[in-house]
Design a protein around this ligand. Structure first.
Ligand code: FPP
Length: 268
């Protein structure tokens, strides 16, 4: 939940504050997830190699996280690297992304501490290079006591493999408890997801004009509001997060029910 203790809106830029002041405090999202896309195109438009796009993308990660922490957003999840990226991108690019992640963690840990950000990860992170895993653990442990935004990086993540893992975990539990399949509830599946400790995202943002979900948090986004923007991730800043939240606040969330101003339906 938002708490006055984690609000640092005096640190927003003047431009950000203008948008922030239009937001309704009682309709703030608790969890925002972002599919960061367009690093390669950003570099291509400048006749630069894709690597530069990823480097600029890492800068956006930090700036957006800091704005999220200033407005007291409890949960921010960034889809950084998918199982498919790992399998289908050239090795040189995957290796670069791994080195970038490691150096990103090293060089931004102090800023995470200054911004009271707690770091977590989801995905098959045990398959990442050992030295990257070590740096990830280091950053997670160092920030574990922070009480502001929880930044979750989805790394070597796929929503489908998350569901497979959840079903395997649940099947093992059912077997151990001698329970049959009809006992399975939605809550049981939720308990076995990587995200069991956090609320489902209220808002999912995808940058770069692509209108796909790319297996991002498939179970969790059932009632999530989706915001697509043409902006490429390296150009995405805190102000754009605030603009997406402003748009989110205009949406009517019905969860399959009726809108408040929907007239009564006569029976018979
Ligand atoms: C999508 O752009 C982005 C990625 C596959 C990697 C995301 C990585 C970063 C944002 C930087 C590093 C992250 C951290 C956490 C330090 P793309 O390469 O698919 O772009 P394109 O569709 O334009 O080719």
């Amino acid at each position: 939940m938002y708490s006055a203790a984690t609000l640092r809106t005096d640190e927003l830029t003047a431009e950000e504050r203008t948008v922030y002041e239009t937001l309704k405090p009682d309709r703030m999202p608790q969890h925002v997830a972002i599919i960061m896309d367009g690093n390669g195109r950003w570099a291509g438009h400048r006749s630069l190699k894709r690597f530069f796009g990823h480097q600029q993308g890492a800068n956006s990660v930090q700036l957006v996280t800091e704005t999220a922490s200033r407005i007291g957003l409890p949960w921010l999840t960034l889809y950084a690297f998918s199982v498919e990226n790992n399998l289908r991108r050239p090795r040189a690019e995957v290796n670069f992304l791994m080195r970038l992640l490691k150096s990103y963690l090293e060089s931004n840990l102090q800023r995470m501490m200054d911004n009271n950000v707690r770091m977590k990860y989801i995905g098959h992170t045990h398959k990442l290079p050992a030295e990257v895993q070590e740096k990830m653990r280091w950053a997670e442990e160092a920030t574990a006591g922070n009480t502001g935004t929880t930044l979750t990086l989805a790394l070597n993540y796929s929503g489908r493999s998350e569901l497979v893992d959840a079903f395997r975990g649940l099947a093992a539990e059912m077997q151990q408890k001698h329970l049959s399949a009809e006992h399975i509830t939605e809550e049981d599946i939720h308990r076995h997801l990587y995200t069991a400790h956090m609320p489902d995202p209220d808002l999912l943002i995808r940058t770069s004009g692509e209108m796909r979900l790319s297996t991002c948090l498939l179970w969790q986004i059932a009632y999530t509001e989706i915001f697509f923007t043409e902006r490429l991730w390296p150009d995405f800043r805190g102000i754009h997060l605030l603009e997406a939240i402003a748009e989110f606040q205009l949406r009517e969330r019905r969860y399959g029910g009726l809108s408040e101003d929907c007239g009564e339906m006569e029976e018979g």
